[in-house]
Design a protein. Sequence first.
Length: 153
Amino acid sequence: MPDGNGSRAPSVWSTDFRQTFRPLEGKPVFGMLIAADSKRSDEREERLTQASASIPSAIFWFLLATLFVTVVALGICLPRKNNRGQLITLIVITALLTTMLVIIRDVDRPFGGIINVSPTAISEVERQAHRDFVAHHPAVGIPCGARGTRRAI
């Protein structure tokens, strides 16, 4: 997700899910399963949308260029002598504005960068599902691999 792309595995899961439970079609439990799968799919789409950068690169580069021009213009306007206070102020303002741009860019890309959102919630769901499956079916292997692909049974 850091690059805005998702895995195709969940779409395969959804198709396999519907094929596996086709014999239950028309029964109330099938509707509940389909509703849960639709909710999972909608939430996945929302995560993919959030993973995509919403600030276009052109705008970010424009802001960066504007910062550069502003700092250079202010630097040129500083007096040649006795400018220690103004120089310190310029350095602090430059650092603050640069930090602000870096934070904006990093927050715009939550699944990659310095501030990284880890998949703790989905990892916990995976751990619980694995634990429950093994508890209820101890003699059967997990039907998919670590990357979500179906294993040959």
